[in-house]
Each structure stands twice: as C-alpha cells, then as structure tokens.
Design a protein around this ligand. Structure first.
Ligand SMILES: Nc1ncnc2c1ncn2[C@@H]1O[C@H](COP(=O)(O)OP(=O)(O)OP(=O)(O)O)[C@@H](O)[C@H]1O
Length: 597
C-alpha cells in the first residue's frame, strides 16, 4: 500500500490556542462550493477552517482514500461531510431520492449518529434535494425500512443496524454508493464490530481482496469510483487490517512521519487473509508507539484515592467544582451502566448537614442538575438525556463510555474519570469531551494507590498528568460549623471524609432501592475490573483490592461475601446468556461495560 503525506500549504497542528486551532485560509480557498461555504458560516457559524479541515478537505475533494488523525474537538466531522456535500450538490443532473444512497457514515454509538445527522441537516439546508438520514439500534426498523425505500442520499448508521438492513431490506438501494466513512474507526473495531464491518464491505462490494492491486477500489458490478475514509483522534494499529481491506493508496492526514511508517509497515506485513478468526486481525500484533494528540490547553491531573474513600472524595470534588464555578458542565465517567444508575440515584437524593446531627437543616448535597447516559437505558431516555445535557448551561452528567467518543457537548469544563478507562485511547477520548476547539478544560483521573502504574502506561503515549491537591480541597469544607477543621495528611482519616462516608452509609441503609442499586453496581464493577486486557491486567488486578473497601466505595456496609453470592449468581447467568447467544470474545469484554453501545 502506498502512502503520501500531505503537508504543503498548511501549518502544523495547533498548540492549543485558537490561533493554532484554525488555519489561515478560507473554506472557499480549499475548493468548496460558495453556497456550501455560506452554509458553513450561516448555519454552523464556521468562519474559517480548522487545521485538520484545511488539511483534509482538499484530499477528500480529490477523491483519494484517506486516514485522518487529529486531536479531539478539532472539527473532523465537517472535514468529511463538507466535501461529500460539495460533490453531491454539484452533480450536473440533480440527484434524486430514487437514486438511493451515495454516502455512508459509520459511527460507533447512537448519540454520535444523531449528532452527525444534525450537523448534516444544517449543511444541507440549501440543498434540499440531498436527503440526510440515519439508521441505528433502538429505533423502529419498519420506519427505517420505509425511509430507506424512499431513498436517503447520505446515510449515518451504527454497524449492527446497517448490516441488518443490508441483509433484510431489499428496497435499500446502494448501487450508487461512492463514499464509506468510518468515524471513530478504532472504536468501531474495539466494540467487536470487525466481522460486521467486513460483511458490510462485502455486501457493498467495497472490500479489497488482499491481492487486489487496483489503482482504486471500484465496486464489483459498478463503474462508480469508491472513496473510503477512516478517522479518529487515536488511529492506531487496530485499524491496520481495516485500512488494508478498505483503503487504496490512502493519504495520511495528521499522522506524524513515525506513525505513517509504522502503519505502512504494519499494513504491508499484514498477510492475514483467512476469515477464520478475523478477530485477531484487529488486535495489536505490532504495537505502534507514539503520542496521542490531546488538546494542549487541557489541564490533566490525577489523584491518588484509597478505595474506601473514593465515594466521599468524588462527591466533595463535584461539590467543590460547582461552588467554584456554578455555571459550568461536568462529566463523570464510570466503568459500568449499573455504576451510573447507582450514583445517579444517590446524587439525586442524598441530603447532608455538615453540622452536628441534631442541629442544622439537611439539604441536598449537590444542587446542580444531574443527568445520566448509558447504553442500557431505553432509547427515549437516552435521547432526552443527550439532548438536554447538550443545551443546559450548568449540569452534571454521569455516564459510561457511551459518551466517550465524538460527542460534542458545548462548554464542558471538567471531565472526571472516577473509574479508570482502561486503554490509553479511551483516556484520550474521555478527556476530549472538554477543551474542544481551543477552549479551556481540565480533567481529573481517580487512581487507587495500587493502580498508580497506570500513569506510566499513559506516559508511553505522550500523556503526562500532574497531581491534584485533593487534601487542600477537602480541608476547605466546613465541618461542625467550624471553618477550619483538624487537618489530616491521610485521606482515610480525614474528618470530612469520615463524616461524609458515615452519612452516605446511613443514607443507603435507609433507602432499600438505592441499597439494591449499590449491590448491583458493586457486582458489575468487580466484573468490569476483572475484564481489563493485556498489559493493563497487571495494573488493575482485583486480587490487589480489598473487596470490603470496594463495597465501602458503594457506601455498602455489608461484607463482600454477602454481596459476592449475588455476584456469583449473576456471573452464572451471564455465562449462560453468552453461551446461548454466542457473544464473540471481543464483544464479551465490551458487554461487561455496556450492552448496547
Ligand atoms: N471551522 C470551524 N469553525 C468553528 N467551529 C468549528 C469548526 N469546525 C468544527 N467546529 C466546532 O468544533 C467542535 C468540534 O468539532 P467535531 O465534533 O467535528 O470534532 P472532532 O474532531 O470530530 O472531535 P472528536 O475527535 O471528539 O470526535 C464542534 O462544536 C464543531 O461545531
């Protein structure tokens, strides 16, 4: 596979200030139609292109296949949508609905599907004959079938639902398909959709055989030249095989020379033609070292928190953030959907008085609006949370990794990773929900003392964190009416932490439904913790943890053995379910954290 680096005429990647996020050129100078440039300005408020747009748009306009790598929040979505709209609106014979689908955008989650669709709708405002549409899990299949029958010119889809329609919706016309875009390509593969993607490429006639030496990937039975694009802030070795089977002589945009060489070598050494166990084809045979691009203005910090004090520390930090700046948005990431549900219900109801138990009125510990978002919620609630949090000016979102990729929530100031993310890629995407497009932002990573080696793992990807002064924040809370409480150098003997933990445990005991959620969350948390893969297994070892302290972090007083029994039951049930449904190896790992991405 040949590669070419595009560097002419464009400045290097930004240093975080707005000056370096944006390029010193106009959209029209990149070759985009003037009406489209007006749409970008009027409907989206885009006056000038970002750096990645300035690099990628000319490449995509030229018809070349491309791999596009740029930091989170730098405008990759418009970088691929604008050239497609440019071409489609310019066809001499106006395209019609009956021509079917011309462009297909594959995304890993439903929320991202909706987000890309909304941007596309705005871009197409003046081009009413180009019809945007989406299909995704959780939606009504028959309605989708009807829309596909009528014709969708640019279709955004999640892989599972797309495959379903490709196999079962005969009226879905895609013989005119020209573009296939994999947005967050690495995540689609991580979620275990590798086989689905290959089947999709086969059904669309867009899969190259590994002997193919054609100049361009031309679909069988068609004269239309295909153009495929892979995009992510963390393009790594996982996309090698996908790049090999879907891209032809691609241009690498935004990848540094070292990575280009590594990816090219890895791809040309990839002789895995067999379909027998193609899950392995997406795993890291040749780890690609090199830095992930994190917005440079992002302040990244970690705090070392003993397991048994995690919950009061989390609540105190959130309280501190909203007291410091009442009008802001904060996102907290958890490893499982059950953990999101438990913390959501706890935070929504928990009342506290820092004065002695008899005096003082109890009030809600956190006054901010709180939302939750995860893959096991019913679709309608999912959609409402996503849309409402987007428009709120001040709010807290408790979420799983379903929000880690691509979601563009305006004005998020702080990302808290309460449960560590696992692979460095996920760290990068989670923190990427703040500090977007040159804006300021900070991130806080909770680590237990036994997990501290995770910092080294992040460092190998060029991600360096400094320590957060957590004790100083805890010392600032008034206790028993005194402004200055007796300080402690240890979190687990800090008076504020002890007092809050006691109140949390009493609260849980008084609320059977929250207690039930806490036990459930404990079980899934342990399961997720044991599901860490590869090198990370060495850092996140359940054996190193005291399960009594883990229980404490869910405000549970019960001995873990009591909770452990229901865990065993759930484990058996899960194994039976996986045996019956034939869940794949990779999906199994994803399913511990999320069932329906
Ligand atoms: N040229 C531009 N001018 C002003 N704002 C822009 C421009 N391009 C994109 N944006 C805005 O920047 C934000 C980030 O864009 P986008 O979501 O496409 O980033 P991304 O690179 O895809 O991020 P991620 O890697 O997290 O998916 C969005 O709010 C978008 O509206």
């Amino acid at each position: 596979m040949g590669t070419k680096k595009l560097s002419e005429g464009v400045k290097s990647e930004g240093n975080g200030s707005n000056d370096n996020v944006f390029a010193s050129c106009s959209f029209s100078s990149l070759g985009l139609d003037s009406n489209l440039c007006e749409q970008l300005r009027e409907r989206l408020g885009f006056e000038v292109p970002t750096q990645v747009q300035a690099q990628a748009i000319p490449v995509i306009l030229s018809g070349r296949h491309a791999l596009v790598n740029a930091a989170t929040g730098t405008g990759k979505t418009a970088a691929y949508l604008a050239p497609i709209v440019h071409h489609l609106q310019g066809y001499e014979n106006r395209i019609q609905r009956s021509d079917g689908t011309f462009a297909l955008v594959l995304v890993p989650t439903r929320e991202l599907c909706l987000q890309v669709y909304e941007i596309l709708q705005k871009l197409l405002h003046r081009f009413h004959w180009i019809v945007p549409g989406y299909i995704m899990g959780g939606e009504n299949r028959s309605k989708e079938k009807a829309r596909l029958r009528k014709g969708i010119s640019i279709l955004i889809a999640t892989p599972g639902r797309l495959l379903d329609h490709l196999k079962n919706t005969t009226s879905f016309l895609h013989s005119n398909l020209r573009w296939i875009i994999f947005d967050e390509a690495d995540r689609i593969l991580e979620l275990g959709f590798g086989k689905d993607i290959e089947e999709i490429l086969d059904l669309l006639g867009s899969r190259k055989t590994l002997h193919d030496d054609q100049e361009n990937t031309v679909p069988r039975n068609s004269k239309i030249q295909r153009q495929n694009l892979l995009l992510s802030a963390t393009l790594n070795e996982k996309v090698n095989h996908l790049a090999k089977i879907s891209l032809d002589n691609p241009v690498m945009v935004g990848l540094d020379v070292k990575k280009i060489e590594q990816i090219s070598t890895a791809v040309s050494n990839d002789h895995s033609e067999s379909d027998e166990d193609n899950e392995d084809q997406y795993s890291s045979k040749m780890p690609i070292v090199g830095d992930y691009k994190v917005p440079i203005q992002l302040i990244q910090r970690y705090m070392k928190v003993p397991c048994g004090t995690r919950l009061p520390v989390l609540l105190s930090i959130i309280k501190h953030l909203f007291e410091r700046e009442p009008s802001q948005k904060v996102v907290v990431f958890f490893s499982t959907c059950d953990a999101v549900d438990f913390h959501y219900s706890l935070l929504s109801e928990f009342q506290f008085s820092s004065h002695s138990q008899t005096e003082g009125t109890r009030q809600k510990f956190l006054g901010c609006k709180t939302f939750r978002l995860h893959g096991n919620m019913v679709q309608e609630d999912r959609r409402t949370s996503f849309q409402t949090f987007k428009t709120e000016k001040s709010a807290l979102l408790l979420t799983s990794d379903v929000s880690a990729r691509g979601l563009d929530f305006p004005k998020v100031r702080c990302i808290i990773q309460y449960d560590s993310p696992g692979e460095a890629t996920e760290y990068v995407h989670r923190v990427g929900r703040t500090a977007r497009l040159g804006e300021k932002g900070e991130s806080l990573l909770f680590l237990q003392p036994v997990e501290i080696d995770y910092l080294q793992d992040l460092e190998t990807h060029g991600v360096a964190l400094t320590e957060y002064p957590v004790l100083k924040v805890l010392d600032s809370f008034p206790l028993y009416g005194q402004n200055h409480i007796k300080k402690s150098v240890f979190l687990d003997s800090h008076p504020w932490v002890l007092c809050l933990q006691k109140a949390l445990e009493a609260f849980i005991m008084s609320k059977p439904e929250v207690d039930k959620l806490a036990k459930k969350a404990f079980c899934s948390w342990v399961r997720a913790y044991t599901a860490h893969r590869g090198e990370l297994k060495r850092i996140f070892m359940i054996k190193k943890l005291h399960l009594g302290h883990v229980a404490k972090s869910f405000a549970l007083k019960q001995q873990p053995s009591l909770v452990g029994q229901s865990f065993q039951k759930q484990e058996k049930k899960r194994k039976r379910f996986e045996k019956k449904t034939g869940f794949s190896k990779k999906r199994k790992v994803a399913s511990v954290r999320e069932r329906r991405p």
